[in-house]
Design a binder for this molecule. Structure first.
Ligand SMILES: [Zn+2]
Length: 384
């Protein structure tokens, strides 16, 4: 199984220069490759010869043939992998079902993320060593990695990227994963805005830190939208716009880190302690979020939660049950099974007719009074 770890890199000054050069080099290879590809394609059309159609190998050979002196100072793997990715991008172009569907585009220096790939990287004494090109005369160092504890296994193709002046690497390892021991216990998780309820308590997913970040993100987004409205397409190339976007990017990163931390801890706990885990279909929850601030970021948390839980359950041999999207986990009484209809239904504001609060569940059949979210957890648990 492939397990990918995202780590922050701390290159020294010399290596920062090399990394920047490689980022630029990948962009150069991509753009030149794309141009060559388009030219080859045009030629094959004009000549009416299908054999002249471009492929990544042909484009790579052409680029390698025309190499200039300065290119020998840079990793040849960078060129190879870039053109291979370009080939993949063209393949994806013919698969309309993909979310990022579209023609491969030329890459720009102004893009907030710059990066490159290498398949010759190694981990040596907890540090990352990149392949040193033959033609290079300057010094070459290993790169410090943060949080590099369990870097074991066979290292695959590493992507290194730079965002807001920080360097990151995603390190995919081929590893063997041991199935976690069976506990014969089951649980259910009810996902809410700001907290996750499960049989053993509540997990807060909206700490103060995150709240203030959400507010700041909303502010930057407004600012950028304003600039776009005033300056139109020109806005993208102004320094102020780029600067604000970098700040926004930085905050997105912080949010992702905090969210990932909460979710990783929680999903690990779940797969440690339970064999069967029931969660509701989160598409439904996403619909109900019209009243919440930073919807996009809250949604991304739901998506991430499900994604993490799905693969961890797969890894560790645990059973994940997804509730049907029409399952009335909020309206059903977990005590007697009665399902509220029409006027009796509880909404996000509670119930207008009976003046109940938003966090109450009162059953008019058996008289049970429960916490709304705990009731939902019990209903989901009934599916296990
Ligand atoms: Zn009841």
């Amino acid at each position: 199984m492939i397990r990918t770890q995202l780590v922050r890199l701390y290159p020294n000054k010399a290596m920062r220069k090399h990394l920047d050069d490689l980022c630029d080099y990948r962009r150069y290879c991509w753009n030149l490759g794309l141009e060559t590809w388009n030219n080859m394609y045009q030629e094959s059309l004009i000549m009416g010869n299908k054999k002249l159609k471009p492929s990544w190998q042909k484009v790579r050979n052409e680029l390698a043939h025309d190499k200039q002196d300065w290119q020998y100072q840079l990793s040849s793997r960078c060129l190879q992998l870039t053109i291979q990715d370009l080939g993949k991008a063209w393949q994806n172009f013919f698969d309309k079902a993909r979310p990022d569907w579209g023609k491969p585009k030329f890459k720009t220096k102004k893009a907030p993320r710059q990066g490159f790939k290498t398949d010759r990287a190694k981990i040596i004494n907890g540090q990352l060593r990149l392949d040193k090109p033959h033609g290079i005369k300057e010094e070459w160092h290993n790169i410090e990695i943060s949080g590099a504890k369990n870097l074991k296994g066979d290292l695959k193709t590493v992507s290194i990227f730079k965002e807001t002046n920080k360097y990151y690497a995603s390190l995919p390892f081929e590893v063997e994963i041991k199935i976690k021991c069976q506990t014969k216990r089951k649980t259910a998780v009810d996902v809410n805005v700001g907290h996750l309820n499960y049989t053993d308590g509540i997990i807060n997913t909206l700490p103060k830190k995150l709240q203030s970040l959400y507010q700041r993100i909303a502010y930057y987004q407004r600012l950028l939208a304003c600039k776009r409205q005033v300056n139109g397409k020109l806005a993208y190339s102004t320094n102020n716009y780029v600067k604000t976007r970098a700040k926004l990017q930085r905050d997105y990163h912080k949010v992702a880190n905090i969210q990932n931390d909460i979710l990783h801890k929680f999903t690990s706990k779940l797969t440690d302690n339970y064999d069967t885990i029931v969660i509701e279909n989160l598409d439904v929850k996403q619909m109900q979020m019209t009243h919440v601030a930073s919807k996009g970021l809250q949604r991304s948390l739901f998506g991430k939660f499900r994604q993490l839980l799905t693969y961890k359950c797969n890894w560790y041999g645990k059973h994940l049950v997804l509730a049907n999207r029409y399952y009335p986990s909020t309206q059903r009484c977990s005590n007697c099974g009665y399902i509220k209809q029409d006027d009796d239904k509880i909404t996000l504001q509670g119930n207008q007719k009976y003046h109940t609060k938003h966090n109450e569940y009162i059953c008019y059949q058996c008289g049970a009074v429960m916490d709304r979210d705990e009731n939902a957890v019990q209903n989901l648990l009934a599916l296990a």
